[in-house]
Ligand binder design. Structure first.
Ligand code: SF4
Length: 340
């Protein structure tokens, strides 16, 4: 039986019946019986409710590499779940069917936190390492991720967030409490692009990346390279310098854009992706290409001696040159790889 859960971070009802939501920087003020811009939080008259709580719209046992996380439990399966809704409005959204569904949809399979843990145990012959909250925007599933990640961690599994990182600072720190690793989608380094094409604020996302690192979380970054939008060599160089100043071992995934949703320009040429990878590798030690047909540019090598450490073919991975501590077998240099 589905029970709506009280939304976190809501102010009290105003005299005109509207309720301010304080979860993300969009700061919606929601009229009675309406929902915020993300479609996941509804003014029920006297309170704000999280109407996608425990409603799973997509579920699969995925390889960790599909998130993508290349340096966190490589080769292990992870139970991946997602709900409807997102708080950004990217014109190029690659998952728009579930991120931006028709208004007032919140359908999905009812899977409360305890049942999620039970499902992990039921899959134990495949040895899933934990749960990834992914597919649309898990931050808009806030209350469920908060409750579920606590249960999952208490049962000895890991939690992974695949997220746009667009949240107010207090809620962001709180939701990371039981999260072990994140792939954060940094849409680009141009503030105006973030505002105009995504409806977001670049500086909020960058600050949240910094916070996640300060909290000791394993962080990998994805950058979708879109022609004439996020393919400026200067912007990519600035992004990687900012990352490298924090830690040159942060893995960066440069992902190929395809026309989707409200953006029709042609897919990113492969030559552009290789050029961006070259630029990024001037400052970062681990830069990968994603969303391309061949496993080109997806192996992990030792930054010190060049030995092959992780060999990837599609989503299959072989640890050919790493010791169990995540160090190069040949020269002992750390590769920033977390193993189970
Ligand atoms: S979480 Fe949703 S309802 Fe709340 S401010 Fe953000 S977009 Fe608006």
């Amino acid at each position: 039986m589905s029970v709506p859960r009280l939304a976190c971070y809501a102010d009290s009802v105003r005299s005109d019946g509207r309720i301010p939501c304080r979860l993300c920087p969009r700061r919606c003020i929601i009229p009675p019986r309406m929902r915020g811009a993300c479609g996941t939080r509804e003014n029920a008259g006297d309170r704000l409710i999280a109407n996608t709580y425990a409603k799973v719209a997509a579920i699969a046992l995925d390889p960790m590499e599909k998130k993508p996380l290349y340096h966190f439990h490589p080769g292990r399966p992870i139970l991946s779940v997602g709900a409807l809704g997102c708080n950004l409005a990217c014109r190029f959204c690659q998952n728009w069917e579930i991120s931006h569904p028709r208004k007032n949809r919140d359908d999905g399979q009812w899977l409360p936190p305890r049942d999620l843990v039970a499902l992990l145990h039921r899959h134990r012959e495949r040895q899933p390492v934990g749960v990834a909250y992914t597919y649309s925007e898990p931050l808009m599933w806030y209350e469920y991720v908060l409750d579920a990640s606590a249960e999952v961690a208490a049962a000895g599994f890991v939690n992974v967030l695949v997220t746009n990182g667009f949240l107010e600072p207090g809620p962001w720190q709180r939701i990371l409490r039981d999260v072990h690793a994140l792939n954060i989608d940094v849409k680009g380094f141009d503030r105006e692009f973030y505002r105009r094409v995504c409806g977001g604020d670049r500086d909020v996302v960058l600050r949240n990346v910094e916070t996640a690192l300060e909290m000791g979380k394993h962080v990998e970054i994805t950058l979708l390279v879109i022609p004439d939008a996020t393919d400026s060599p200067d912007d990519v160089a600035a992004l990687v310098r900012w990352l490298a100043d924090m830690d040159p071992d942060i893995p960066l995934h440069i992902s190929r854009y395809f026309p989707h949703y409200r953006m029709t320009r042609p897919a990113t040429p492969l030559a552009t992706l290789h050029r961006m990878q070259e630029i990024a590798m001037q400052d970062l030690n681990h830069v990968y290409l994603g969303n391309i047909p061949l496993a080109d540019g997806s192996d992990t090598s030792c930054v010190q001696c060049g030995a092959l450490l992780l060999e990837r073919s599609g989503y299959r991975v072989r640890a050919v040159g790493l010791d169990p501590g995540g160090n190069c077998r040949q020269c002992g240099t750390s590769a920033n790889v977390v193993f189970g």
